[in-house]
Design a protein around this ligand. Structure first.
Ligand code: NAD
Length: 434
């Protein structure tokens, strides 16, 4: 006998089975459908609540950062919290400063000095291996102990920079990230274009669009004076004869920052540093490598200029440079643009930061020998045409007039402090002892 249910739904076998079971278990079916409908209602409610929570959280993120990045993970929130704490201002009328190149020599000192006087500081550095990155990590760890966070990132990473500006309203940017060194430019020219040109433009683009715009103080270099032989060098002297690609990128930086000042109303101060030295210094610089070699009993190469004239540098102690950087930040004046548009003229300044008393390289070696109590094995060589200049000497009256810049550390005293630091950090035989 045919099953009547089969006659009713002959063409849909699946559905047929369900309906059949419905008819066969009538009482149970009604109960099941009641339970099922209440479960699905509950499920809808649960889904609704989840959706509500997610949209609330992402709304919070949007409100907080001013820009939506969707849902923030726990790690992202922790990162933002750390950035905010590091940027907290602890003194009346203090500033919040983004320090680029903060794991570098000058950057780490400036970041620490700002923090110590109560300013908020966040650093960024890409920890490249131009010189031993473990020294950069050690500087980062030192800054961390003082409550300063150094974010690992490249200044070409606009997304990361924008994120930092979303989390913190930076009043100032102290831009010290760069590919430094004169001779290395012949080996790796593109690293100079990457950091000193492309990176600078990326940073300026982010600053110009920030609301409010920060004031920018950045490191140019005494190397822009290039082949000038009239000393001391003044800011008004010609700077169109660079002797190295490094110098050319710094000169380009001065022109590029001028453009951003002119078009977008960014307050810009460029600082032409003269051979900075001191504790936590750069291993590629002569005073540093001389110290290492003297301690290890290795010969040092001392370059001599034309007609065997000794090279001389206006060596400037790091604490004096830091004072110059802070003075520049304090007197920088405001940017005038908003929403990427200029609203009025903004300051554009350039200052020499030097020591005003050049010392010859053989004299520098003599001071090191005295502090290290060891004799150097000097190897004199004619200076190759690799970008070095024979002589630097700063006229600092502009910085003196504008913010009272006055260097106070002579080379003898400064090198004593450097040697003390070097020995505590590396030990007598160049072994890390910290
Ligand atoms: N030390 C000097 O004698 C001297 C002289 C003249 C000018 N300057 C300038 O002063 C500034 C600081 O110099 P320093 O001696 O502290 O050098 P440094 O190499 O110790 O510091 C620069 C830091 O910037 C970082 N960096 C480089 N490119 C980067 C990038 N694309 N993104 C993020 N971080 C990047 C490096 O990792 C480094 O930690 C530089 O602009 C340099 O050109 C220094």
């Amino acid at each position: 006998m045919p099953n009547f249910e089969e006659d009713d739904f002959p063409s849909t076998p699946g559905k047929f089975k369900i309906e059949r079971s419905h008819h066969l278990h009538h009482g149970f079916g009604r109960q099941f459908s009641r339970v099922f409908s209440s479960t699905s209602t509950m499920l809808i409610w649960v889904l609704f609540l989840i959706a509500l929570t997610v949209s609330f959280l992402s709304f919070q993120t949007t409100v907080h950062t001013g820009r939506s990045y969707g849902y923030l993970s726990w790690a992202d929130r922790k990162w933002e919290r750390e950035v905010r704490v590091s940027a907290q201002i602890q003194r009346p009328h203090g500033m919040s400063v983004l320090v680029t190149g903060a794991a570098g020599f000058v950057g780490s000192h400036v970041a620490l000095a700002l923090k110590k006087r109560g300013d908020g500081v966040v650093g960024i550095d890409n920890f490249n291996d131009y010189y031993d990155p473990s020294l950069k990590q050690a500087r980062k760890a030192m800054l961390k102990r003082h409550g300063i966070m150094v974010v690992e990132g490249d200044i070409n990473d606009a997304k990361k920079l924008n994120k930092l500006f979303d989390v913190v309203v930076f009043t100032h940017v102290m831009h010290l990230a760069a590919q430094a060194g004169v001779r290395y430019a012949m080996e790796n020219p593109h690293s100079y274009v990457h950091s000193n040109i492309a990176g600078l433009v990326t940073l300026l683009e982010v600053c110009k669009s920030a609301n409010p715009q920060p004031s920018i103080v950045w490191a140019s270099s005494s190397s822009v004076y290039g082949l000038n032989d009239q000393v001391p060098f003044s800011e008004s002297d010609r700077t169109d004869q660079p002797a190295s690609l490094y110098a050319a990128t710094k000169k380009a930086g001065e022109e590029i920052t001028h453009t951003y000042n002119h078009i977008y109303g960014l307050s810009i101060t460029g600082l032409r540093f003269f051979t900075v030295y001191g504790p936590w210094g750069r291993p590629d610089m002569a005073y540093f490598s001389f110290t290492r070699n003297i301690l290890q009993g290795k010969p040092i190469t001392v370059y001599r200029g034309k007609d065997r004239v000794d090279l001389a540098r206006d060596f400037t102690y790091i604490d004096d440079i830091v004072k110059g950087c802070l003075g520049s930040l304090d007197s920088s004046g405001k940017s005038t643009g908003s929403g990427g548009r200029k609203r009025g003229p903004a300051p554009y300044r350039i200052f020499n930061l030097g020591n005003t008393s050049p010392v010859t390289v053989p004299n520098l070696v003599g001071i090191l020998e005295k502090h290290l109590k060891m004799k150097a094995k000097k190897h004199f060589v004619d200076m190759p045409g690799n970008g070095d200049v024979p002589f630097t000497h700063a006229n600092i009256s502009a910085a003196q007039n504008e913010f009272g810049y006055k260097p106070t550390t002579d080379l003898e005293t400064g090198l004593k402090k450097f040697v003390r630091w070097y020995l505590s950090y590396y030990g007598y035989h160049g072994k890390y002892v910290n």
